[in-house]
Design a protein around this ligand. Structure first.
Ligand code: NAD
Length: 357
């Protein structure tokens, strides 16, 4: 297969980790007889510095014309001035909107070799394999909001959670289809005891599960309970679907289960068109340029890209297996290793992945 992949390395460690994922994709292309054409474009702080815009038009055009996009990370102290005209993160929000990426997928998988770096007990997290679907373009973060001046000198601020039937249906369908290919269980998280928008989620999902997905096991959990269940019974979840803000918070909570940010990829998908793949960590300005960033999350994001945008399941599984083997063989980057033990840098650990592919 021939595929066009746009690279958005971004800021901080972004370029360091994306360049390693490209090495792995090149190796996969060679092994399986594919051609991946890479085109690198600007986003975030570097785009602000060079063009004044965190998402220049030529980046948008290249992304729209691609089969898939691999992003590093954006942001850093250089662009943190709260009074700045624009911020690196604005580029990320806009690219999601331009491409209609309404679903954020976050796999939370624990690696046996890293169980001891998790803050939770081994027996609780061992075997955890959750795929989160967070709605990304609606709800509280995009509904009407504002601040009003009151007569008595106080201010009154509001944010509104708004969802339509269609917005709920399209992400629930995506999640349910994924559950069908996995263990066949879908958990929907809401706050239907309080929020009207959650009651819509509950009605729409229940109807879909009955009409289209009666073969799946279906469970509804309130978001406050879910915050507890994630820490007490993470193994009992398969696919979890939820609204924008609940997903934002729960996926960050869940990201602590495997023990390191440096191992977690994510994908943002729309109905058609290219998907956007990235590690969940940020630009890690504290270690940028030192050659010690863990590239495995970005390498695993590249595996997701192959699976979800190019339908190359065997190739994706090959990368994931190589990463597992690297960990099983005892190789670690600094973020994964106990203090004082020997570690590999960004390039050296990728060399090991390439050896084991
Ligand atoms: P961060 O994820 O960049 O870093 C948190 C901690 O984890 C740091 O100590 C960092 O060194 C470490 N870390 C992160 N990724 C690592 C890796 N691959 N290997 C080894 N160690 C790693 O989060 P932060 O410090 O809160 O944010 C830094 C900047 O990144 C901010 O400007 C923030 O806005 C931005 N950010 C961007 C994204 C994104 O682009 N999607 C996401 C989160 C934060």
């Amino acid at each position: 297969m021939k595929a066009k992949i746009v690279l958005l390395p971004g800021d901080g460690i972004g370029p360091e980790v994306t360049s390693q994922a490209v090495r792995v994709l090149d190796a996969v292309a060679k092994k399986f007889g594919h051609t991946f054409l890479f085109d690198s474009k600007r986003i975030g702080g570097i785009a602000i510095d060079e063009t004044g815009d965190p998402l220049p038009q030529d980046t948008i055009d290249a992304c729209k014309a691609s089969d898939a996009i691999l992003l590093g990370a954006v942001g850093g102290p250089k662009w943190d001035d709260p009074n700045a005209k624009t911020r690196p993160e604005a580029g990320l929000l806009r690219i999601r909107k331009e491409l209609g990426l309404f679903a954020n997928l976050r796999p939370i998988v624990t690696f046996d070799e890293l169980l001891d770096s998790s803050p939770l007990k081994r027996e609780i997290i061992e075997g955890t394999d959750i795929l989160f679907f967070r709605e990304l373009t609606g709800g509280l973060y995009f509904g009407p909001s504002g601040t009003e001046e009151l007569a008595d000198g106080q201010q009154r601020a509001y944010s509104t959670a708004v969802y339509t039937t269609k917005e709920v249906e399209r992400i629930v369908r995506m999640a349910a289809l994924a559950a069908r290919k996995r263990k066949g269980k879908l958990t929907m998280v809401d706050k239907a005891n309080v929020l009207e928008a959650s009651r819509l989620w509950r009605r729409v999902t229940a109807k879909m599960m009955k009409d289209e997905f009666s073969d799946l096991e279906y469970e509804v959990v309130l978001v406050d309970s879910m915050a507890m269940h994630l820490l007490s019974r993470p193994k009992s979840f398969d696919v979890v679907v939820t609204s924008n803000m609940f997903g934002d918070i729960l996926t960050d909570e869940a990201s602590m289960l495997p023990g390191s940010l440096g191992m977690l990829p994510s994908a943002s998908l729309g109905s058609d068109g290219p998907g956007l793949y990235e590690p969940i960590h940020g630009s890690a300005p504290d270690i940028a340029g030192k050659g010690i960033a863990n590239p495995l999350a970005t390498i695993l994001a590249a595996a997701m890209l192959l699976r979800h945008s190019l339908q190359l399941d065997a190739e994706a599984a090959d990368i994931e297996a190589a990463v597992k083997k690297v960990l099983a063989a005892g190789y670690r980057t600094a973020d994964l290793a106990p203090k004082g033990s020997s570690t590999l840098g960004t390039i050296a650990i990728t060399d090991k992945v390439l050896e084991l592919l």
